[in-house]
Design a protein around this ligand. Structure first.
Ligand code: GAR
Length: 196
């Protein structure tokens, strides 16, 4: 089974969904650790409840982005991961970091990329009058929320939707497709080919 580290900044519901999927018999990956850039991330409590090794490395405890990333890379190396799943990790990784794990970092983003990279995806989709919203699991490359898509899920935007009601509808789909994407990558059915 592929060894997976999940990186989080917040509630960790996607981390939990991956951990649940990984606990099913026959799943091709196991969650071996959780790394948060915030000590107060709700996902750390959830990870501890599952008995998953979890640690927090806060940016403010380091002098520079490079020093923080070096510490995160050290922590990662300690888990010997085959794959890294970013699950609400709200920090842009440097090119050097991404190259270290080229083709082995997955991210989930709450929009139908290439629409709405960055923040506030749901309010932007509602304000644009879009009929649909959704989420994308993709391989991480250097730009923010770029990189080849592995799977997307779509949901309708309904009359009266707020960013919160839409986020909840999308989040349910995130949990489903992230587990599916991890399975596909771990089984080698999907992989990132060399960039041109
Ligand atoms: C999820 O909606 C995820 O798609 C989003 O943060 C949320 C984390 O929720 N990620 C991004 O916006 C990354 N650009 P969770 O902590 O409950 O999984």
């Amino acid at each position: 089974r592929k060894r997976v580290v999940v990186m989080i900044s917040g509630g960790g519901s996607n981390m939990l969904a991956l951990a649940k999927a990984a606990s099913e018999p026959g799943f091709p990956a196991e969650i071996v650790g959780v790394i948060s850039d915030r000590r107060d991330a709700g996902g750390l409590t959830k990870a501890a409840a599952l008995g998953l090794p979890a640690l927090a490395l806060e940016r403010r405890d380091y002098d520079s982005k490079a020093a923080h990333e070096a510490a995160v890379l050290d922590a990662l190396a300690g888990f010997s991961p085959d794959l890294i799943c970013l699950a609400g990790y709200m920090r842009l990784l440097s090119g050097a970091f991404i190259q270290r794990y080229e083709g082995r970092i997955l991210n989930i983003h709450p929009s139908l990329l290439p629409l709405y990279p960055g923040l506030h995806t749901h309010s932007r989709a509602i304000e644009a009058g879009d009929a649909e919203a959704g989420c994308t699991v993709h391989f991480v490359t250097e730009g923010m929320d770029e990189g080849p898509a592995i799977v997307q899920a779509r949901v309708p935007i309904l009359p009266g939707d707020t960013p919160e009601t839409l986020a909840a509808r999308v989040l349910t789909e995130e949990h489903r497709v992230y587990a599916q994407a991890l399975r596909d990558v771990a089984e080698g059915r999907v992989r990132m080919t060399a960039r041109s």
